[in-house]
Design a binder for this molecule. Structure first.
Ligand code: NAD
Ligand code: G6P
Ligand code: MN
Length: 441
């Protein structure tokens, strides 16, 4: 069996240890000969890498391992890049979230002005990695889940149309895990689902078990009452902010009882509620800094110090195994069915054929073959046209260094009340993003 060489870009990410443990758990179906970490922050990556080295020595000493900030070393002789970079790190996420809130506009990592701001930083970072990959390993594939995935996907479609990059998101998977639990199934893979939309902006239209029985009625009954929260306990412990998001899905659902919604729609459909329930001084970025980041880096330091994983609380990121599903689909031409962010190209009949949409695809060695969705209703079409225009304008603004287009993008976002508020937010964002955005004219 062929063994693969993989580079994780954003090696210093809080998700890297969990993903490496997951890869080690999946070696029987995705054998690895070489694993490299790449990041542009040497010190941050060194902590994660130091711990991963110990993990690999214990669990898979045959895998060649290195961590580097050198692009030639990182991208030579590889089959896959798994990319999860965060340009500007949590310090900039915090500003993305807090600046809009000063104007009573929601502050979110990927939605509204915060997501637009993050997009303007991410486009260059992701394209740079894609270019290095193509330079040093022209036949490799990049599996990207760096956010904001919608804007990054539109940027690579427009600026690197022939590149082997696949953009993917774990939110539909996370929600399907909850659906399976609500239904009492062992795994989300016991469901066959149909879904369409944009990234962080979509709806399920059909959910069946493997015998073809319709599971939507039971799910709808639950979601109408509890959102995606389990009524009797359940194993889905989560932080308060995520609990609220999963619970709020019941109100999002009420707007279209024919479908089941992605939780991210709450930011567009209930923006006033979101602002009211935000703490302007302590946003999700602060929660993550005090929670996940502290925990992961604390555990990594422990492992390095004792040169052993004994008593280490870092866990396998099981739900990230969708990344292996995607890599094996390409490597072994498995024709797996999965949701990817791809060019519409007629799949949604009554929607912009150049839009990047999140829909089911069959994935094989040549990449994804999108499945036909057909016509979508006016409500979704209207929302999606507005949102996709925001995403396209951001990419145009980045490519043309256009202040005007970025102002239009923020103004068009459903989360923003007026062009004057949009301008205030934009001008504040420009000030703090000097190091990361192109200089706008
Ligand atoms: P993090 O800040 O802990 O890690 C990101 C790493 O990227 C940092 O170590 C940083 O130094 C590095 N980095 C920044 N710019 C870089 C560049 N230009 N080149 C190389 N490395 C660079 O962030 P995190 O919370 O672990 O999240 C990582 C990313 O994964 C984010 O983009 C997040 O939104 C994304 N994510 C996506 C999904 C999805 O569904 N698509 C799910 C989870 C996380
Ligand atoms: C989900 C989304 C990701 C997003 C993440 C945010 O997994 O699909 O796109 O990055 O949530 O999580 P965080 O814990 O960083 O707020
Ligand atoms: Mn996502």
């Amino acid at each position: 069996m062929k063994k693969f060489s993989v580079t994780i870009a954003g090696g210093g990410s809080t998700f890297t240890p969990g993903i490496i443990l997951m890869l080690l758990d999946n070696l029987d179906r995705f054998p690895i000969r070489k694993l490299k970490l790449y990041d542009n922050d040497k010190e941050r990556q060194a902590i994660v890498a130091g711990a991963c080295e110990v993990v690999l020595k214990e669990k898979a000493p045959d895998i060649e391992f290195c961590a580097t900030t050198d692009t030639k070393e990182a991208f030579t002789d590889i089959d896959f890049v798994m990319a999860h970079i965060r340009v500007g790190k949590y310090a900039m996420r915090e500003l993305d979230e807090k600046i809009p809130l000063e104007y009573n506009v929601l502050g979110q990592e990927t939605c509204g002005p915060g997501g637009i701001s993050y997009g303007m930083r991410s486009i260059g970072g992701v394209i740079e990695i894609l270019d290095y990959m193509e330079k040093y390993s022209p036949s490799a594939w990049m599996l990207n889940y760096s956010n904001p995935a919608a804007i990054v996907a539109e940027a690579t479609r427009k600026l690197r149309p022939n590149s082997k990059i696949l953009n993917i998101c774990d939110m539909p998977i996370g929600i399907e895990v909850r659906m399976a639990e609500i239904l009492g199934l062992k795994s989300r893979k016991e469901m066959k689902t149909r879904y369409y939309g944009l990234n962080h902006f979509g709806w399920w239209t059909d959910i069946r078990d493997n015998d073809g029985n319709d599971l939507m009625p039971k799910l709808k009954e639950h979601v109408a009452k509890h959102g995606y929260i389990m009524d009797k306990g359940g194993t889905q412990e989560t932080e308060a902010s995520w609990y609220d998001t999963f619970s709020k899905a019941k109100d999002v659902y009420a707007l279209d009882p024919d479908t089941l919604p992605n939780t991210y729609l709450k930011y567009y459909l209930f923006q006033d509620y979101v602002v009211k329930h935000s703490d302007k001084k302590y946003t999700r970025a602060n929660e993550v800094i005090d929670g996940r980041e502290k925990f992961v880096f604390g555990e990594c330091r422990k492992v390095i110090k004792q040169q052993s994983t004994k008593g280490c609380a870092l866990k396998v990121d099981d739900h990230a195994s969708y990344i292996v599903d995607l890599a094996t689909a390409i490597a072994y031409n498995s024709q797996a069915r999965m949701f990817l962010i791809v060019e519409n190209n007629g799949a949604i009949e009554n929607f912009d054929s150049t839009a990047m949409v999140e829909i089911p695809c069959i994935v094989g060695s040549n990449g994804p073959e999108p499945l036909v969705v057909g016509k979508i209703p006016q409500f979704q079409k209207g929302l999606m046209e507005q949102q996709v225009s925001v995403e396209k304008l951001v990419v145009e603004a980045w490519a043309e260094k256009s202040y005007l287009k970025l102002w239009q993008a923020i103004t068009l976002s459903k989360t923003v009340p007026s062009a004057s508020v949009a301008k205030n937010i934009l001008d504040d964002l420009i000030k703090v993003n000097k190091e990361y955005w192109p200089q706008l004219k």
